[in-house]
Design a protein around this ligand. Structure first.
Ligand SMILES: Cc1ncc(COP(=O)(O)O)c(C=O)c1O
Length: 398
């Protein structure tokens, strides 16, 4: 009998070429999570420098209190879809908080950011429509496109001129949805949103911006790159997640489109999946309020990002982009990257090892994502570990 798993042979072979001495990078277990920046891994105290916990809110007492209270008052789960028994007053309050954050009329909450992209893209773009996405888009954007019946085109990463050219080639009257991210998660590079907005306006295309990694770090109220670049009011759909700066799980889309509410009955991932549990909704609402009103976490995050970016630059590492809360060290040789990752872990530093095909331009990355909760001393420890790794490997330097 033919084996359904035959198709994974290539992946299995690729996996088997990954040579590591002690710790399998893709089988890491957080044995005990102590704080937003520390855990026990392999029995050892480790500084977490790759968790996307940008605002450091996972242990924030205000979020924990809100979650515990909701758990006691409303139970462990909703056991239902948003369109049946799964909409509580708290889900509506969370949506109002998101709409308010983005100064938009509407917001819809999904059970993850992945589902927000699947649900929005597949509902918005139909058979005769065109979706244009940045070539380096997240898997959930690609899969949302796959679930839609639209024609999909990619434009060169962060290249507004290429987008403009491709939009210009389309016949007049086609409905087009352009999708980009505010901050790209692998290299930490920002989208040129003002130019992308200009191209969309010129060609009458709708624009969706996924602010998964930029909600929190960017914008005067932490809304993301569109707000920071002064074009928020020209974006048609903002998508985001609660799994990074918001410190829990869930996703959302905000928009001013007058017919937005109909999507609650048209988006299958919204309709046919259970809604978020009350505790998650409560901590997300508390976190959104903190992100909007409290500038301290954002300031601390940028202080940390600047310290790490400057230190790694000084050591001569090749970095993925200008300073941002995502700082990726590029390593030419894959085996050196894996060895360096293991050495960092030995030194008590956890970063993400990102390898092709999951990376842009087939790069090998030691990806750091920083937190407002890191102390300057912890950043120094991360830098000291990178320095050791650099000295014991022939890590390529710029
Ligand atoms: C750009 C982008 N969009 C969406 C998601 C999905 O978010 P979630 O973890 O909430 O499913 C991610 C997660 O990594 C992401 O990076």
């Amino acid at each position: 009998m033919a084996d359904l798993f035959d198709k994974f042979e290539g992946l299995t072979n690729l996996r088997n070429t990954l040579v590591f001495e002690k710790t399998d990078p893709y089988k890491i277990v957080m044995e005990d999570v102590i704080s937003p920046t520390e855990a026990i891994i392999d029995g050892k105290h480790t500084i977490l420098a790759g968790t996307n916990n940008y605002m450091g809110l996972t242990f924030d007492q205000r979020c924990i209190d809100a979650a515990q209270n909701a758990l006691t008052m409303s139970g462990t789960g909703t056991t239902g879809s948003r369109v049946l028994n799964g909409t509580y007053a708290a889900h509506r309050e969370l949506e109002a908080a998101i709409a308010d954050l983005y100064c938009m009329e509407h917001a819809m909450v999904f059970s993850t950011g992945f589902l927000a992209n699947l649900g929005m893209i597949s509902a918005l773009a139909g058979k005769n429509d065109i979706i244009m996405i940045d070539a380096d888009s997240h898997a959930s954007i690609y899969d949302g496109c796959g679930l839609s019946d639209a024609t999909i085109t990619r434009f060169r990463h962060n290249d507004a001129a290429d987008l403009d050219k491709r939009l210009g080639r389309l016949n007049a009257g086609r409905r087009v949805l352009v999708i980009v991210e505010g901050l790209y998660s692998m290299l930490g590079d920002k989208a040129p949103l003002a130019d992308i907005v200009a191209a969309c306006k010129k060609h009458d295309a709708y624009l969706m911006v996924d602010e998964a990694h930029s909600l929190g770090p960017y914008g005067a109220n932490g809304q993301g790159v569109a707000a920071a670049d002064g074009v928020l009011d020209q974006v048609d759909f903002i998508v985001g997640t609660f799994s990074k700066s918001v410190g829990t799980v869930g996703g959302f889309c905000a928009s001013n489109h007058p017919d937005f509410e109909i999507l609650r009955l048209a988006s299958r991932p919204y309709m046919f999946s259970a809604s978020l549990p009350p505790s998650v909704v409560a901590s997300a609402t508390a976190a959104i309020k903190i992100i909007k009103e409290d500038r301290t976490p954002q300031q601390n995050l940028w202080r940390n990002a600047k310290q790490l970016h400057a230190g790694l630059t000084e050591m001569g590492f090749q970095l993925g982009a200008d300073c941002s809360p995502v700082i990726a060290v590029l390593i030419d040789d894959r085996d050196v990257a894996v060895r360096s990752w293991e050495q960092l872990l030995d030194e008590g530093i956890y970063v993400n090892l990102a390898l092709p095909p999951a990376t842009p331009q087939n790069t090998n990355l030691l990806r750091c994502s920083l937190s407002a909760a890191h102390t300057p001393d912890q950043i120094d420890q991360i830098l000291a570990a990178f320095d050791k790794v650099k000295n014991s490997n022939s890590v390529n330097q710029s």
